[in-house]
Structure formats: structure tokens, C-alpha cells
Ligand binder design. Structure first.
Ligand code: NAD
Length: 492
């Protein structure tokens, strides 16, 4: 069954939720930008198109507030972040509804993202108390060496549209825990969740001005100006690899500390000895969470010959049975993709693969009607020269090939410039660990399709990024180590 329309009650509540999104306090704009609901194409809000001068004003305000915030105690920052966690949870319904409307995430997944996003705040409320540092004797004696971890300073945080809340809190929470002010620039497709989230941070006790939100249709003018400003000491970006590379170049000019969470091309390896049911559950989760629009989504599914037919049959049945429709229905499992360009890109990738000989098992087409929907699609025996094998799919289309040996599968898996996530399905612990260690990725899921965890260091190798988010490493990204050398007399 397909749900074409929103559940009327949820729709009414979403309108109230959209009314709770605050207007920007920054007034320097060059017109407005419309925000659309990808499930209907309808415009649901407008946001200011801030000028470069406004962005620099925001840098000044957040920098001034950040200098005061840096002087607060770790306990104070921790207490404020705990209050923010409680406030976000208290407002989970409004946050989920706004996110669902602007991004198209099925409402149940949106509730999940609110919890996940808030969990980063709770995690870093705890980490704020463990800023680190050391006290030790110099190896040759005669001196004591003290290291201190302090806030890096004003941080520019640039987030993508696919996890509008979690990508913001994964950066904001460690920045605030470390003692930094922040300028956040959300994607123009999904700015409303950020505006609402930051308002709730302030209601919970984060000083006004410490977090500035800039929305702009001129992203490159924004980054060129703010990263040339010497008050900015940190840039954290989540998005595509080409934009990450451009930002690193700009950051390099001012020696700005950078964290880059970039694109992926995740291989998912299924061996003959895998548990079929557990594997299909894991692949559905990895491939189809957020409609396949995650950076860790299984992009190339490699199946060993002995299990391939059974896997393809079971997986295709599950994909074909997914409930598609307006995300404001609790039954819906597959919402729209983010915009019409995504639909066109997916259609091109599918058509190219089929023209080159891939076997289309289910789906394969854009859905006509309002909104930007694409069918859950299974492509089997995809040839190596199909564009889909080297492109980040970012949608509900799965690309599957068969392999004979472990060596062949690993060579294929590592044959990419990306290295964010990988997955292994096997009942052999030896094989799981051997393959996991050989995959050139920052993260590996073993017999499961969901990697993210606030306590884990999230990030990639190769062209998938630099730096880690979450875990204790996530706090260090917003700190600088300083060192004091104290000469000591032997007798005193
Ligand atoms: P994108 O790179 O187009 O945009 C991301 C953000 O950067 C947006 O806010 C955009 O406005 C901004 N931006 C674009 N050009 C800019 C510039 N020159 N200067 C400053 N900001 C600029 O990516 P997207 O389409 O929004 O997101 C999808 C991409 O993000 C995918 O490649 C995905 O893999 C990646 N992603 C990575 C992670 C991760 O943790 N590694 C997580 C989520 C998404």
C-alpha cells in the first residue's frame, strides 16, 4: 500500500511545529530563500539569504560570546549541555515534524534522529568534564612538563541536508563543551531544524550570541569570507568531497584547524557462511535508512556466489514490499528523495547500469505525481563499467555484484578513493576480523548495518575525510594542546 497524502493529524501538528521555528535575529539579507517539502513540492517557509557582511558580523558576535564562554567552568558547560539535552527531548515532536517536512524523512526515523542528535549533546555534556591534560617529568629530569587542552576558538560549522539535526549537534555539542563559540551554516534545503535546535539551546541556558546561524544561497562567498577572517580558528564540515577539498584549501591559507566528514562509497561484503535473515535485515538498514541518503549507506553490495541467489531473492522481496509515501504517516518506510535533481540523478544511474547489462529485479523508476519519489530498486549483476559502481548513489537504489573469493572481494572493495564505511556479513569471527582489518575504511560494521554511535569515533580515511566526530576524539577536534615547561631545582 502506498500513502500518497500526509496523515491529517500529523500534518496539522507539523504546521504548528513550523510556526515554532524562530526568525533569524540577523537582519542583513539579500532577499529570501524558499524551503520546500520534498514530499509535495509545496513551499513551507522562507529563510533569509544572509549577506557576506552579515556572516562576518555573526563571526564577531560568536567570537565575543565565545571568549566569555571559554572562561566558564567545565562543570557549568556540562550543566548547560545537560539542560539542552532535556530541552531537546521535551521538544522532540516539534523537531521531528519540522525535520520530516523540510527533509522528507519518514516521521519514525525523524523521531530516531532527534534522540540520536540529543544523545550527542548528552555525551559531550559528560565529556566536557574530561578535557584532559597531563603532568609529567621530563625524560632527562630537572623539569616538569604540563599539558593543557583548551578551546580552539571560534568554530565554523557547515552541515548537510541529510541529517539536519544530528549533523548540527555532533559539531555544536563538542564545540560548546570545549568552550568555543560557533557560526553554523546549514544546507539551504533544510535550515529550519537548525534554527529550531539553536533556539532550544538558548532556551536551555546557552548564552545568546554564542551560536549564530547563517543561511545563504552563496555558500562559496560565505566560506571565502569567513575562512579568511583571522578570528575563525576551526572549520568542521560534513558534505561532499569536492566541497571539503575546496574548504581545506581556504582553511590552509589561515592555518585553520579542519575536520572533514566527506562522501563515501561503502562496500558491503556478504560471504557464503553469512546468516541470510540477519544479512537481509542488515543490508536493508544500511541501504535504506533515510531513503538511502546516508554517507555510510551500502553503495556496492558484493555477494559470494554460493549465497547470491538466495540473498537476491529475499532482499528483492523486502525491497519491493517497503511502504512508500508521504513521510507524515507512521507506516511509511520510504519517503521522497530530497529534490528533483536527486530523482534525475538516480534515474540516470539506473538507466546507465541497465543499458550496460545490469539485471533490474525491482523498481527502477521515478514515481510520477507531486513530490520527489523514486522506487526502491534492486540492480543485480551490475557490470564494473556502470557509473553506479563509482558514484555515491544517495538514494533507494541498490547495486549488487557477485564474487568468488575473499581476495577478489577485498580488491574490489578497496578499489575506490573513498574510505568511510564498510560492512562484512559472515558467521566466522576470524574472517570478520581479517576482512575488517583489510578494508580501507574508517569504520566497519560486522553483521550489522548501523554504525553510528555517539560513543564511537565517526569518520573516514582516504578521500572520505579527516578527523573524527563523537567519542572522546570528537572533543579533541575543538581543542588545542598547550604545554608548559617548569624548571625544577633538585632541592627545595
Ligand atoms: P554538499 O557538499 O553539497 O553540501 C554540504 C554543505 O556544504 C551544505 O550546507 C552546502 O550549502 C555547503 N556548501 C556547498 N558548497 C560550499 C562552499 N563552497 N563553501 C561552504 N559551504 C558550502 O553536500 P550535500 O549534498 O548537502 O550532502 C551530501 C554529501 O554529504 C554526501 O557526499 C555525503 O556522503 C556527505 N555526508 C557525509 C557525512 C560524513 O559524516 N562523512 C555525513 C552526511 C553526509
Amino acid at each position: 500500500m502506498a500513502y500518497e497524502h500526509a496523515n491529517p493529524e500529523l500534518l496539522a501538528r507539523s504546521i504548528t511545529a513550523l510556526e515554532a521555528v524562530p526568525a533569524s535575529k540577523l537582519t542583513g539579507t539579500q532577499g529570501d530563500i524558499g524551503v520546500d517539502d520534498p514530499a509535495t513540492g509545496e513551499q513551507i517557509a522562507t529563510i533569509p539569504n544572509h549577506t557576506v557582511e552579515t556572516a562576518l558580523e555573526a563571526v564577531g558576535l560568536a567570537d565575543a560570546a565565545g571568549k566569555l564562554w571559554a572562561k566558564t567552568t567545565p562543570r557549568h558547560r556540562s550543566d548547560v549541555l545537560h539542560a539542552v539535552y532535556a530541552k531537546l527531548i521535551e521538544n522532540r515532536e516539534n523537531l521531528a515534524l519540522v525535520m520530516s517536512r523540510e527533509m522528507g524523512k519518514p516521521i519514525n526515523e525523524a523521531y530516531g534522529e532527534v534522540q540520536y542528535a540529543a544523545d550527542y549533546v548528552r555525551w559531550f555534556a559528560e565529556e566536557a568534564l574530561r578535557a584532559g591534560g597531563s603532568y609529567r617529568e621530563a625524560p632527562a629530569g630537572g623539569a616538569t612538563m604540563i599539558t593543557l587542552r583548551g578551546p580552539v576558538g571560534l568554530s565554523v560549522l557547515i552541515t548537510p541536508w541529510n541529517f539536519p539535526m544530528a549533523m548540527a549537534t555532533r559539531k555544536l555539542a563538542p564545540a560548546l563543551a570545549a568552550g568555543c563559540g560557533a557560526v553554523v551554516k546549514p544546507a539551504t534545503l533544510t535550515p529550519l531544524t537548525t534554527y529550531l535546535t539553536v533556539k532550544l539551546f538558548e532556551e536551555a541556558g546557552v548564552p545568546e550570541g554564542l551560536i549564530q546561524v547563517i543561511t545563504t544561497g552563496s555558500a562559496s562567498a560565505f566560506s571565502s569570507a569567513v575562512l579568511a577572517d583571522e578570528r575563525v580558528r576551526k572549520v568542521s564540515f560534513t558534505g561532499s568531497t569536492p566541497v571539503g577539498a575546496a574548504l581545506m584549501e581556504l582553511a590552509g591559507k589561515n592555518i585553520i584547524k579542519s575536520s572533514m566528514e566527506l562522501g563515501g562509497n561503502a562496500p558491503l561484503l556478504i560471504f557464503d557462511d553469512a546468516d541470510l535473515e540477519r544479512t537481509i535485515d542488515g543490508v536493508i538498514l544500511s541501504k535504506m535508512r533515510n531513503g538511502g541518503q546516508t554517507c555510510v549507506s551500502a553503495n556496492r553490495i558484493l555477494v559470494q556466489e554460493g549465497i547470491a541467489d538466495a540473498f537476491l531473492e529475499g532482499f528483492t522481496e523486502r525491497m519491493a514490499g517497503l511502504v512508500r509515501g508521504n513521510p507524515l504517516n507512521t507506516e511509511v518506510e520510504l519517503g521522497p528523495v530530497v529534490d528533483h535533481r536527486a530523482v534525475e540523478r538516480l534515474q540516470h544511474l539506473v538507466d546507465d547500469a541497465v543499458a550496460k547489462g545490469a539485471d533490474l529485479r525491482t523498481g527502477g523508476s521515478a514515481v510520477s505525481g507531486p513530490g520527489h519519489f523514486f522506487e526502491a530498486t534492486v540492480l543485480a549483476d551490475v557490470p564494473a563499467d556502470a557509473e553506479i559502481t563509482t558514484t555515491e548513489i544517495f538514494g533507494p537504489v541498490s547495486s549488487i555484484t557477485r564474487f568468488k573469493t575473499q581476495e577478489e572481494a577485498i580488491a574490489q572493495a578497496n578499489d575506490t578513493c573513498f574510505g568511510l564505511a564498510g560492512y562484512v556479513f559472515t558467521e566466522s569471527l576470524d574472517r570478520a576480523l581479517n576482512v575488517a582489518e583489510t578494508l580501507e575504511t574508517g569504520m566497519v560494521g560486522i553483521n550489522q548495518g548501523m554504525l553510528s554511535n555517539v560513543a564511537a569515533p565517526f569518520g573516514g580515511v582516504k578521500q572520505s575525510g579527516i578527523g573524527r566526530e563523537g567519542s572522546s576524539e570528537g572533543l579533541e577536534e575543538y581543542q588545542e594542546v598547550r604545554y608548559f615547561n617548569v624548571t625544577r631545582r633538585e632541592t627545595y
